[in-house]
Design a protein around this ligand. Structure first.
Ligand SMILES: *[C@@H]1O[C@H](CO)[C@@H](O)[C@H](O)[C@H]1NC(C)=O
Length: 242
């Protein structure tokens, strides 16, 4: 079983290696309305694609490890020598969401596309290419843990996962989501302590962690760290312990 997985992984890497071209030239780059990034690239002679293809680009000046997803746009500018590609979702947000989805079972079927904002992933709302809202409530079959990579969704305002079957600990990194207004994780199977870092969410209006299996104490500010008592804008605060 493990050997099979390792084999598939190596095969995947090998195919990607074979498919990848050494480098292409960027002919032009533009920011379109709604946060879309558009690039026009020189086209390798033997590249085959259609208007629904995706290309993964690596920009070595940014990172040697990251590949950024772009969709091929059919464009009147498309010709023999160039190809127009665009990405709607901010790539940090897209990568963070792939990380989340990879940890979950029974995620919404359309979470297999490449561009969460332009493919309208179920439960995801975007503004200017940033993910501002995730609401997957009342999906009882949705299981898995919330990975720490959720902390990269830095423009998230609503995180609403009521009545799913998420388990494990609520990650500390949730405290990096400084724009959060609604945080509703009630009626899941979360265990462990409430992260102290939730006290950093100064814009929080609604906090509901009830009906889980949380233990420990309510984190209070201690002079060094803020706690739930520092959430002065929170009008609805509901936590519950075993
Ligand atoms: C989208 O974001 C801009 C700031 O980037 C903000 O002014 C605007 O109100 C937002 N729109 C919505 C619908 O939230």
């Amino acid at each position: 079983m493990a050997a099979g997985a390792v084999f598939l992984f190596i095969l995947d890497r090998f195919l990607r290696f074979c498919q990848s071209r050494p480098s292409v030239d960027i002919i032009s780059a533009a920011c379109r309305p709604c946060g879309t990034t558009e690039l026009i690239l020189s086209k390798p002679a033997n590249l085959r694609y259609n208007a629904l293809s995706f290309v993964f680009l690596q920009v070595r000046e940014l990172s040697w490890l990251q590949w950024h997803p772009f969709s091929v746009s059919s464009s009147p500018l498309d010709g023999c020598y160039h190809i127009v590609v665009s990405a709607n979702t901010n790539s940090q947000d897209a990568v963070s969401l792939y990380g989340l989805g990879s940890q979950w079972e029974n995620k919404p079927p359309n979470w297999n596309g490449v561009d969460p904002c332009s493919d309208s992933w179920v439960g995801i709302s975007c503004n200017n290419s940033r993910i501002v809202s995730m609401d997957l409530s009342y999906n009882k079959e949705l299981t898995g843990q919330i990975p720490s990579s959720i902390g990269s969704l830095s423009k998230l305002e609503n995180l609403i996962l009521v009545g799913c079957s998420f388990s494990g600990e609520i990650p500390q990194e949730i405290g990096s989501l400084k724009q959060l207004v609604f945080l509703s994780l009630n009626s899941n199977k979360f265990t462990g302590r409430i992260p102290q870092t939730i006290g950093n969410l100064a814009k929080l209006y609604w906090l509901d962690l009830a009906d889980n299996m949380l233990t420990g104490e309510i984190p209070m500010s201690d002079g060094k760290n803020s706690g739930l008592d520092t959430l002065i804008h929170t009008k609805h605060l509901y936590v519950q312990y075993l």
